[in-house]
Write a protein that binds this ligand. Structure first.
Ligand code: NCD
Length: 309
């Protein structure tokens, strides 16, 4: 049984396979009837123990487009509220013959723990500041479509890298696809230990001209605890893509953000809809990428490595 807990669960062949299947599903999503019978009779559980709009709806829609049934559990409406552990909830779902689960959880390692039970394939939909592999895949795929190749491209990841599961999965994947990664932010929001292939900068203005992709992260207020940021205004001055900075931006730069955006903190509203922003494309590709991941994990052969190219 295979799981997708970390981006490291995928080798390069798996990543390419996901991208080529996603390309096929993009075409399905443009049809009048946006549905195929690929996963008919299968059931996906959505275990979201932390708020989510994009990831949850995206997985749910992706499953439905594949004719896969979905069930959704949240803390407020399930026995998790009565103190049941996630493990017991998962065992209950397994007894009901659920075929796969997407887990979002505030604690790093939660998805890995569930996966270790080997009840069904587990997809990490974001675990605390751990990882968010499908976000990394959809980001890289969207950028790849726009730029044709990521080889030698300069990707600057700006903001709260320290608390970002998106960055943790993304850094590895951008690098693997040949991009040069620079992390940009205040020292308090950058991790201390970084892979040697990553550059660091403390000023957005310094990296703006040389970046092919500006990838903005959300300030993770729920994980910050107050002490890391001196002031939001200072942050905005140094790291936000404001209306003013937009004027000095390269015409061919690509602007990305995983959402949800803190308007006026990471990005001014004008930036979100600027022609250089591919934020809406990221959301669209989230569907095709997740359709590809679900198909690979839930197909009869099961797992990434076993499926012939
Ligand atoms: C991210 C998440 O929840 O990890 N959003 C998302 O999945 N689209 C990023 C974030 O919340 O900052």
């Amino acid at each position: 049984m295979k799981h997708l807990v970390s981006i490291l669960d995928l080798n390069n062949k798996d990543v390419n396979k996901i991208f080529s299947i996603a390309k096929h599903f993009e075409e399905v999503l443009e049809r009048r009837v946006k549905k195929v019978p690929a996963l008919i009779g299968k059931t996906l559980a959505l275990l979201f123990i932390e708020p989510s709009t994009r990831t949850k709806t995206s997985f749910e829609l992706a499953a439905r487009r594949l004719s896969c049934d979905t069930i959704s559990l949240s803390v407020s409406t399930s026995s998790l509220k009565k103190g049941e552990t996630l493990e017991d909830t998962a065992r209950t779902l397994s007894s009901m013959k659920v075929d796969c689960a997407v887990v979002r959880h505030p604690h790093e390692g939660a998805a890995k723990k569930l996966a270790s039970l080997n009840l069904f394939p587990v997809i990490n939909g974001g675990d605390g500041k751990g990882e968010h592999p499908t976000q990394a895949l959809l980001d890289a795929y969207t950028a790849l479509k726009k730029l044709k190749s990521l080889n030698g491209k300069k990707v600057s990841i700006i903001g709260d890298v320290l608390h970002s599961r998106v960055a943790r999965s993304g850094i590895e994947l951008w690098h693997r696809l040949g991009a040069k990664v620079t992390l940009v932010g205040p020292p308090t929001l950058l991790p201390r230990h970084l892979p040697e292939y990553v550059d660091v900068s403390y000023r957005l203005d310094e990296v703006m001209k040389n970046s092919d992709i500006l990838y903005f992260l959300r300030i993770q207020r729920e994980r910050l605890g107050g002490e890391c940021l001196a002031g939001i205004e200072d942050y905005r001055d140094l790291y936000a893509l404001t209306k003013d900075r937009l004027k000095n931006l390269r015409r061919d730069v690509v602007i990305m953000h995983p959402g949800p955006v803190n308007r006026g903190i990471e990005l001014d509203p004008e930036v979100i809809y600027d022609e250089r922003s591919i934020i809406e494309e990221q959301v669209f590709e989230g569907l095709s990428i997740r359709m590809a991941v679900l198909t690979l994990l839930l197909s009869e052969k099961g797992g990434f490595h076993e499926i012939p190219a």
